[in-house]
Design a protein around this ligand. Structure first.
Ligand SMILES: Cc1ncc(COP(=O)(O)O)c(C=O)c1O
Length: 271
């Protein structure tokens, strides 16, 4: 999913063709590939009604390998994996994993965690599960929209994104509108979200100035199998309450900025 946009099978077939012509490997970040396969089922012509796991298998067949963070689709709290279809590369990776993680049978991931992930993978590709998972995100997005709160369309598979630029259109980008909105959701309703705008974009290493992305977003990401519909209602109602008093909300000043990945640890004060 490049930049949150699902890949279509048609697109990936073309990428495969191109890569074959240029002797390039395709290594997929398949972290959210099950959600991607679900969107293919829902949106791509000719794919409707096809089981998600069949679509996923076809998607992966056009690649030479993948990396996966298991914490997302695979329904576990820790771990991930690398898969490749070349025995020599696999052998090299197995050698390196001993150096960096420990032996693949008990190193970086404990046996218990690997067992949990094996079961998580099986469950994650079931149509009922993925429909319910994405359905919860959709429910939240539609409810937020009911009060006219601006969100990114179409609604995603793991998160609803608030459009902070429109929501707080009176706050200039250098005063961190999306960061302020993130803080307001927490103050209003205890909703913990994530800024995806100028703070996340960091600084240009050459000029030292902020990078200024086109979008200022707040991500409401939903962990799987954690929240009920009532939690979704509270979250939506919190966005409504903040939206109703949006004109009174001011920007922020950054008072502490770490050297790397500032979105994790920067501190702000209200203006
Ligand atoms: C598509 C994708 N790939 C990789 C990662 C990184 O995963 P991790 O935090 O386990 O390194 C994420 C995390 O959000 C993700 O969404």
């Amino acid at each position: 999913m490049a930049g949150g946009q699902p890949i279509s099978l048609a697109n990936l077939r073309e990428v495969r063709l191109f890569c074959d012509q240029h002797s390039l490997r395709i290594i997929l970040d398949a972290t959210r590939a099950v959600e991607n396969a679900y969107f293919i089922q829902q949106r791509e012509a000719g794919q409707e009604g096809r089981p998600v796991k069949d679509i996923l298998k076809e998607l992966c067949s056009y690649t030479d390998g993948c990396t996966v963070s298991g914490k997302k689709d695979a329904l576990v709290n820790i771990g991930g994996w690398l898969a490749v279809n070349d025995d020599q590369v696999a052998e090299e990776a197995r050698n390196l994993v001993v150096v960096y993680e420990g032996l693949q049978t008990y190193g970086g991931m404990a046996g218990r965690d690997m067992e949990a992930m094996a079961r998580g993978i099986v469950e994650s590709v079931q149509d009922d599960h993925i429909r319910a998972r994405v359905g919860q995100v959709e429910y939240l997005g539609k409810k937020i929209e009911d009060a006219g709160v601006p969100i990114v369309q179409p609604i995603g598979g793991h998160a609803v994104y608030l459009d902070a630029k429109t929501f707080l259109s009176h706050i200039p980008q250098d005063e961190f509108a999306a960061q302020r909105l993130t803080a307001e959701l927490y103050v209003e309703g205890g909703i913990r979200a994530m800024e995806r705008g100028i703070v996340s974009a960091g600084r240009d290493p050459t000029t030292g100035d902020h990078r200024r992305p086109k979008l200022e977003l707040v991500r409401l990401a939903l962990p799987r199998r954690v929240y009920t519909q009532a939690h979704m209602d509270v979250t939506a109602e919190t966005t409504w309450a903040v939206y109703a008093r949006r004109k009174e909300i001011r920007g922020l000043r950054m008072v502490y900025e770490p050297k790397y990945l500032r979105f994790f640890q920067a501190r702000f004060e209200p203006l």
